[in-house]
Each structure stands twice: as structure tokens, then as C-alpha cells.
Design a protein around this ligand. Sequence first.
Ligand code: SF4
Ligand code: MSK
Length: 644
Amino acid sequence: MDPKERSSDKAAQEVIQLMADEGIENAWDRLDAQKPQCGFGKQGVCCRICAMGPCRISKKAPLGICGATADTIAARNLVRMIAGGAAAHSDHGRDIAHTFKMAVDSDSSDYMIKDERKLSEVAAKYGIETKGKQMKQIAAELSDVVLGEFGRQSGTLVSAASYAPPARQKVWKQLGVTPRSIDREIVEIMHRTHIGVDSDYKNLVKQGLRACLSDGWGGSLIATELSDILFGSPQPVRFGSNLGVLDAEQVNIIVHGHEPTLSDVIVAVSQEDELVKLAKEKGAAGINIAGMCCTANEMLMRHGIPVAGNFLQQELAVMTGVVDLMAVDVQCIMPALGSLSGCFHTKLITTSPKCKIAGAEHIEFEEDRAVEIARGIIRLAIENFPKRKSKIKIPKVTEEGIAGFTTENTFYHLGGRFRGSYRPLNDAIICGRLRGAAGVVGCNNPKQVHDYGHVTMIKELIKNDVLVLSTGCSAIAAAKAGLMRPDAAAKYCGKGLAEICETIGIPPVLHVGSCVDNSRILTILANVVAEGGLGDDISDLPVAGAAPEWMSEKAVSIGMYFVASGVYTVIAEPLPVLGSPNLTRYLTDEIEKDIGGKWAFESDPVKAAKMMLEHIESKRDALGINEEKERKLYDMEDRRALTF
Ligand code: SF4
Ligand code: MSK
């Protein structure tokens, strides 16, 4: 076992070696134990939807017992993955919407509206008249409209119609995939994939498109917009990353998962005098909150709370011996943490009724007792501090970066203080200083060397003057590699991008948030289209998407909603569809004619980046912005008009 073959992150390598030395297993060891992985599953041609099965498609047995083909089975499996992913994001959105409603309805809630400007903007998007109304009334009306989106029985999603470019909506309408309601699209997938319903692979994909659109332009978007209103819209903020942010002298609490509702309150009360005093009485220097996965992203975007690591570092963090408590909410939490934390003093606390883990203590989170519960969890961590029993092994590896970029503030920064608009971004792309933009997002997967895919792909893109927007575990990988430092521009970027970054003082990789915040990338693209000069639709833009180390169903839903929004999307591990050549051909080629975007599978991040760059250049060609323009000598007036 060479740790370098498992992770490209020095801190992770150090702890992986330590785990091997001490005989403690991790995700990479369990992957080895699973090998060889089932070829039928990988190819997507294993079906266990009914009790006549399970059926596996092979040359010898090309049909399931019901007569289902490889096309049907692979398409059903794929859209069920989309249903899982869309459900996770949208249920997160629903929970935020309920917290929002509670904050609006109650006068004594622990939550309050922190961004009134955004409240007015979002309310207007949802068709709510704001003029002459109190904020509380606007918020009450917004909460009703938003909650109605989940179970809407007629019409289509308000948000998809108000946020997406008109040309995009036309494409959806023509194909019959305009999302109608968030819950309905997910339920309909489960219905259609039941034994004996939809067996036409293209028709199944159509419903997959509709469901993922209800995620990206619906459930995820709601999560992002309401979180900004409730917890405050992010602003550029400095943060530290990697396992070195854990502090041997302090009580360390890791918040892990996805939802900000509890963690935001933990952060807010963590430095209260009484709690800090208690920590000192127990011998600690203070209380250190760090994040993991997307709860980390939510906390660092709004508060600059350090991030201890991404998905494959959750076990490694416990191994340091200094995590006094890990509070988890939902999604991407390895069940392995239950037994692993038992080997250390670490208290693993589950907080959501939707996520209990064997070996963890459960403290159920209730929004109307948020502060009381948060304080109780912090006290538990403090009480646990003196019980540390293993050697302390914190890798001395940290990196700094800037996060907190959003649809609203990012291009305000690009435009400068007095010229907040997307015009400078569009102009930079049109004149070629920026070739385009890419969204690099998604998870870690032990099948790929940890972080290598993200970091290598991003470096290749920024070297070629492509601005990168990043979310989720990909953003954490970029931060740990120093790509979110403003001075990374001079080191890694092509001339055009470096000049832009240096002039404005932004890093070449913009952290736009957690997994649900991929909706920020959609709204950024919609704003670029609306600004003008780069076509009428997202599918006209010189942009591409990628998830170089994806693993979760949510990543499938995200990838599919990027494709359905007109974006060419490259992933490393292929979708589990290769057992159906027809479906594979449809997703990676023919679907582009229907929807404007398509999938590509490429495990080498350099090759994948090249494919994205070629796509970006082909879009530039189609827009006619690659043509040599007649050279013009600039006079003073022209120079003043230059933004960068
Ligand atoms: Fe087999 Fe058809 Fe049942 Fe699937 S639905 S398990 S292919 S019989
Ligand atoms: S946490 S979904 S491993 S990005 Fe959003 Fe990371 Fe993927 Fe979970």
C-alpha cells in the first residue's frame, strides 16, 4: 500500500500511512476487499426491481424474466439514481423551507431573516408583489409559494420559469420535460420504473431530465436562496483548509453532512463566554469548530469556518485523535464512522431523524430548540476533551483560500464596486482574454486517487484561461491545493485569466458553495445569457461542466441537470449504462440534439480538460467570437471604458 496511490493530498497520505501502520481500515481498504466489483452492476444491467429477479443481462440471457432488455434495465437504474439524488437535494431544500416558515411564523424563533435584500429579490422572482409590504409579510407569502412548489398539482415550477433563460424553457417545452412539481417528478420515476410500466429507454431518460430539472432549478435552488435569506448571503471570506486546521490545544468539533440549520447555530453560540470558560476549566485553550464535506462549505461560505477535509477525509479526521465530537446531519456520512469513533474518544452525534448510525449517540435536532440543542452538543464536546486517549497525530498541513462567491456578488466584484454587472465577464469572454468558464464539482471516489482528478483538471483549465467555479468536495480539493488563493493566478493561470484575477483580486477558482449551491452555477449561466452577446441560451455559451471524482446519486442528478440545461458535462467514472450501447450512445451523443448538452466519460483529468477546452472553443467558433478582429488603436476614451 503506497499512500500516494490513494491520495494526492499530503495530509491524507500521512494519515493513510498511520492507519495502515496501526491496522485500522478505511474506505480504500474496503474498496480492495470488494474487488473485483460486479461487472453487471458497473454496466447497469442488473435488475432486482421485482421478485422474479434478480436478472442479469448477458449474451446468454439477453432479456430479464419479464422481457426487459439491457436498454430498459440500464435506463431504469439510471433514472432511479436521479430520483435518489434529486430527492436528497430537494428534501434538504424542503427542510430549509420549513425552518424558514417557522422563522417567519414565530416571534421567538432562534432563526431570523438575515438578508432582506435577497428576500425581496427572491420574492419578486416568485411573482410576489413586494411594494408597500413589510418584510415579514413578504417572507410569509414566499414561504407559502415555495412550499407549494414541492406538491404542486397543476402548472409548472415557478422557479424554473422565472430563473431559466426563455430559450432554455422553450427547449424543455418542446421536449416535454418542463418540471411540474418537485415531489411529483421523483414519484413518477418510481412509478415508471416499477415492473411492467415504462420500458422505452428514451422515454425513461425524459422523465430523468424532468426530475433533475426539478432539483437544479427547483429543490436545490430553494435550498440556496432560502439559506442565503435565513443565514445571510455569503461574501468573500478567508478560510483555512485541511486536517491541520484541527488544534491539539482546543476542543475540536467537526460539523459534517449537508444542512446548515444546526451547524449555523453551533457556530453562532460556540464562542459564548460560558462555553469558552467551561472549555478552559477542562484544560482546553478554546473551542475550535471545523467542517467536513458540504456542511463545511455552508459554514465556510458564510462564516469562514475552517474545513478539515472532503469526503474521503472524514475517517482520517477521527484518526488524528483530537476530534472531541463530530456532529452529523444528512448525506455523505460514512456508516464506518460509527465503529471507527468507538476506537477513539470521539463522540459521534447524529442529529437528524433521517440519519441514525450504529455506534453513534442520537440527539435529535428540533428547530424550535436550536440554540439549546447546539449548546448541549458543544458542552458534550467539552466534557469529552479530557478523555482523549490516543496519540495526537495532526498532519501539519493547511492551506488558505478565499470563498464566498455567489451569483449576486461574484460579478459585482468582476465589475468593480460601481459597476456590478455581468458585462465585464461577458466582454472578457468575447474579447478572448477568458476563453470561457467551467464548473468543476462533485465528490471523492476511492477508485480515483483522492483529489488528483479535481486538482489536475482545474490546473489544466485555468492554465488555458478558463475561469473555474467549484462546489462540494471539488471546491475543498481546490482549496487544499492552494488554488483558491488570489496569488494562485500568477502561478497557475494563462495570461488572460491571470490579469483578470490580479486586477480584481480574486482567485482563479471561485468557491460558490455546497452541493445544492450548484444552483448558483445555473443562475450565473442564466445571468450571462441575459447580459447578452453570447447567444440566447445556456447551450450557446463557451462553458463546460465536470465531476472528476463523482460517486453519489446526487452527482448524477447534478450532471443530468447540467446536461438538461445545455452544458457539456464530463465525468470520470462512467455512468452505469455501458451495458446498453443504445443508452450510452444516446446520453453521450444523440441527446445533444434534443436538449443542447451531453455527457462524456473520461477518467484521465488532463484528457477530460482537453475535451472541455475543445468544446469551449467550438462554442466560441459557433458564436463567431474567435474570428480575428481588425486591430484598433485605443484612445483615452476607449481605455477608460475598459473594465479589466
Ligand atoms: Fe427481472 Fe424484469 Fe423483475 Fe427486473 S423487473 S427483476 S428484469 S423480471
Ligand atoms: S459532500 S455529494 S461527497 S461533493 Fe456534498 Fe462531497 Fe459529493 Fe457528498
